[in-house]
Design a protein around this ligand. Structure first.
Ligand SMILES: [Zn+2]
Length: 274
């Protein structure tokens, strides 16, 4: 199913003003060149243990050293990798993507494409004064049944869960232009993403993939935490997932970079709008 997001008029106005106010800042945050984004994507490896090492290294290179932590998830035979950047308030925005892959390919789209963006998104916002604390999480064990994200949500106290105001989940980018899994997403978060796309003139369409599977956002939705699912799966590209066809070479580098730009700016605006 495909279509465009309807944006309520008042939200369009509010975000229009917001976009104009920080147009300068927004452009300044786009410092990650396409070559960097692509180089991190090209680190995709079939082996989940190597993927874990590479996630660590990318976060460290991005400057997340002291606030980098790990959460062993035994059932997933891996660890969640967390990078937290404190803001002025205790309110938290989680930006997440699973880094584990499955299938005979590089699991490039699903989901090294999302996971390898996390260090770049951290770099984009880390030097800015922010209201919210941003927590970037590379989840383990998604392909084995959302194990990493379920573990993460479960071990939080009720108070810690209440502090999370938004979850931005990136799962499978670069197959096509940015898609929004609207059925899985909080309507306010979806409207704000649509507004950013309109303001930057970047493509965004609705593509619900409920029949296909699930994603880590559902671990948060189950606890009524507002979440949004951003992907790029289409009817034509769906068959590539979990097969040897899911390689970096098969991805659309331009569309992938546009998804990165959209998400990077979205995070800046979320910090201000929520
Ligand atoms: Zn996935």
């Amino acid at each position: 199913m495909s279509g465009s997001v309807r944006l309520p008029f008042f939200i369009a106005l509010a975000v229009g003003a917001l976009g104009a106010a920080c147009a300068q800042t927004t452009l300044e945050t786009q410092t990650r060149h396409q070559a960097t984004i692509q180089a991190r994507l090209e680190l995709a490896d079939r082996d989940n243990a190597i993927r874990r090492e590479k996630m660590d290294r990318m976060f460290e290179e991005a400057g997340c050293t002291e606030s980098l932590s790990h959460q062993e998830v035994k059932r997933a035979r891996g660890a969640n990798i967390l990078c937290t950047d404190p803001g002025e308030t205790g309110a938290v925005i989680v930006v997440c993507a699973h880094y584990d892959g499955s299938g005979a390919g590089q699991a490039a789209a699903d989901n090294w494409s999302g996971a390898s963006l996390l260090p770049s998104l951290f770099e984009d916002i880390k030097w800015k004064p922010r209201k919210h604390t941003f927590r970037f999480i590379a989840f383990a064990g998604e392909e084995r049944g959302l194990l990493g994200s379920q573990y993460y949500v479960k071990q939080l106290s009720k108070e810690e869960r209440a502090k999370i105001v938004a979850v931005v989940n990136l799962d499978t980018l670069g197959l096509s232009e940015t898609k929004l899994w609207l059925n899985h997403s909080d309507k306010r978060l979806a409207n704000l993403l649509s507004a950013v796309a309109n303001s930057l003139k970047l493509p965004l369409a609705v593509m619900n993939v409920d029949q296909v599977g699930t994603s880590d956002s559902q671990s948060f939705v189950a606890r009524k935490i507002p979440s949004i699912d951003i992907h790029s799966v289409t009817a034509e590209t769906l068959g590539r997932l979990h097969t040897k066809q899911d390689t970096v070479a098969a991805l659309d580098a331009e569309a992938y970079y546009r998804s990165y730009k959209l998400v990077s700016t979205y995070l800046v605006l979320l910090d201000q709008a929520l």
